[in-house]
Design a protein around this ligand. Structure first.
Ligand code: PMP
Length: 395
C-alpha cells in the first residue's frame, strides 16, 4: 500500500524531486560565490517569468502575505486612496493590509461566482483620484480569474498604480507584467512557482520604485522596507556580496531549479497546459452534475477549481472519504459559504493523470454516498477534452 497521498490543494502543491533535492544541498554562506551566482540568476529568471525585463525583483524570506505587505507598505502613505477589486477572501486581506498602512480604501466586491464588472471599475475610477488599484489575479477562495490586463489598463488610464496579487496565478495563468502595464506583481513560492513555502516574490516597475523614492515619510515597516532590500537585490544581480537579513539559502537553490524548468517549458506553453487541464477538469466535473463556483468559463481560474458539494451529499463526509482514498483536496475558504464547497488545485507540475486520480476518487466516493450519475462519465469527458484539445487555437 502506498504511504504517499496525492496533494491536490491550491498550494502548497506537490514539488518536483529535483527541486526538493536542491533543498538538501549543503547550506553555504549567503555571501559564498556559488550562492551569489544562484541568487543573481534567480533574479534574472524572475524577470523572464513575470515578463518584466525592466522590473526590480525582490526575493525575501516569508510567505505570499509578506509580499502583499511589502507592496502596500512601500507604495502607500497615510490618507492615500486605494481601490481594491475583491473577488474573494484574499481581496479582503489586501484591503486589510492597505488599511493597516493608513490607506483610505474603496472596495468593489464581486458577487460570488463573478468578477467585478469593468464598467463599474471605470465608474469608480472616474469619480475619484486613487493612488493605487489592487486586484487579485486568481482568488484562491473562489477560483475566480480577474481580467488583470483590462483592469490594469483602466488603472493606467486614470493615473493609478496597479498592484496584482498573483500568488495563485504567476507561472500558471498568462501574465505579462510590462506589456500589461502592472506596477507590482507579487507571489509566493509554494504555488505555480513550484518551490516549498517560504519565499515572498515581488516585481516592481520602474514607476513603482520612483513613487517609493519620492515618499514623504519612511516606510512604517522595518523588514519590508525597500530601503533595506533594494541594495541587496541590486548587489546579488551584480554578483556582489551583501547582507541585510539572511536569505533562505536552500529555498533559493530550489528556486533556481524550478524557475529554470518553468523557463524551459515556456510561459505561453505553460499557461496553455494549465488551461487545457483546467478545462478538461471543469468539463469532467460538470458532466457528473456538480456545479462550479465561477459562473462562466471566462472567469474560471486555470490554477484551481472551486466546486459546490452536491446538495444531497454531506460535504464533510465526502472530503473525509476522498482523503481516505489518498487524495488531499481543500475545503471552502470564503466564510459565508465555507461548508458548501471544496477546492482542487491544478497548478505547477500537475499532470492529466493527477486530475484523473481526483475524478476517480471523487466518483468512487460519490457513488458510495449514493449520488446518482453515470459512473466513469467525468473521466470519459476529461479524456475526450484532452484528446480533442485544439492546440493550435491556444497561442
Ligand atoms: N493571495 C492569494 C491569492 C493566495 O492564494 C494566498 C495563499 N493562499 C495568499 C495571497 C497568501 O499567501 P501566503 O499564504 O503564502 O501568505
Amino acid at each position: 500500500m502506498k504511504k504517499r497521498k496525492l496533494l491536490m490543494i491550491p498550494g502548497p502543491i506537490e514539488f518536483e524531486p529535483e527541486v526538493l533535492r536542491a533543498m538538501s544541498l549543503t547550506t553555504t554562506s549567503h555571501v559564498a560565490p556559488n550562492f551569489i551566482e544562484t541568487f543573481g540568476h534567480c533574479l534574472e529568471l524572475l524577470k523572464n517569468i513575470f515578463e518584466a525585463p525592466n522590473g526590480q525583483p525582490f526575493v525575501i524570506a516569508g510567505s505570499g502575505t509578506l509580499a502583499m505587505d511589502m507592496a502596500a507598505a512601500n507604495l502607500i502613505e497615510t490618507g492615500e486612496k486605494v481601490l481594491v477589486i475583491s473577488t474573494g477572501y484574499f481581496g479582503g486581506r489586501f484591503n486589510d493590509i492597505f488599511k493597516r498602512y493608513g490607506a483610505s480604501t474603496t472596495v468593489l466586491r464581486a458577487s460570488i461566482g463573478e468578477s467585478v464588472d469593468l464598467a463599474q471599475i471605470e465608474n469608480v475610477l472616474k469619480t475619484d483620484q486613487f493612488k493605487a488599484l489592487a486586484m487579485t489575479h486568481v482568488d484562491t477562495s473562489t477560483g475566480i480569474l480577474a481580467d488583470a490586463q483590462s483592469i490594469a489598463e483602466l488603472a493606467n488610464k486614470y493615473g493609478a498604480l496597479s498592484v496584482l496579487d498573483g500568488v495563485c496565478s504567476v507561472a500558471g495563468e498568462r501574465m505579462e507584467q510590462e506589456n500589461w502595464g502592472i506596477d507590482i506583481v507579487l507571489t509566493g513560492s509554494q504555488k505555480a512557482i513550484g518551490v516549498p513555502p517560504g519565499l515572498a516574490l515581488l516585481m516592481a516597475s520602474k514607476r513603482a520604485i520612483e513613487v517609493w523614492k519620492k515618499r514623504k515619510n519612511p516606510v512604517p515597516n522595518y523588514y519590508a522596507d525597500w530601503a533595506n532590500w533594494l541594495p541587496i537585490m541590486q548587489a546579488y544581480e551584480e554578483r556582489r556580496p551583501s547582507y541585510f537579513g539572511t536569505p533562505s539559502v536552500n529555498l533559493i537553490y530550489a528556486l533556481e531549479v524550478s524557475l529554470q524548468s518553468i523557463i524551459e517549458e515556456g510561459m505561453v506553453q505553460r499557461a496553455q497546459r494549465h488551461k487545457k487541464l483546467a478545462d478538461a477538469f471543469r468539463r469532467g466535473i460538470t458532466a457528473i452534475g456538480l456545479k462550479l463556483m465561477p459562473k462562466t468559463e471566462e472567469v474560471a481560474a486555470n490554477t484551481l477549481s472551486a466546486i459546490y458539494f452536491p446538495e444531497d451529499i454531506d460535504g464533510g463526509l465526502l472530503r473525509k472519504k476522498i482523503m481516505e482514498s489518498d487524495v488531499i483536496i481543500a475545503g471552502g475558504l470564503l466564510p459565508e459559504i465555507k461548508n458548501k464547497y471544496f477546492r482542487v488545485g491544478h497548478m505547477g507540475a500537475v499532470s492529466a493523470n493527477d486530475l484523473l486520480a481526483v475524478l476517480g476518487a471523487l466518483e468512487r466516493v460519490l457513488l458510495e454516498l449514493g449520488h446518482c450519475f453515470e459512473a466513469g462519465r467525468s473521466m470519459a469527458v476529461f479524456q475526450d477534452t484532452i484528446l480533442n484539445w485544439p492546440e493550435s487555437s491556444l497561442a
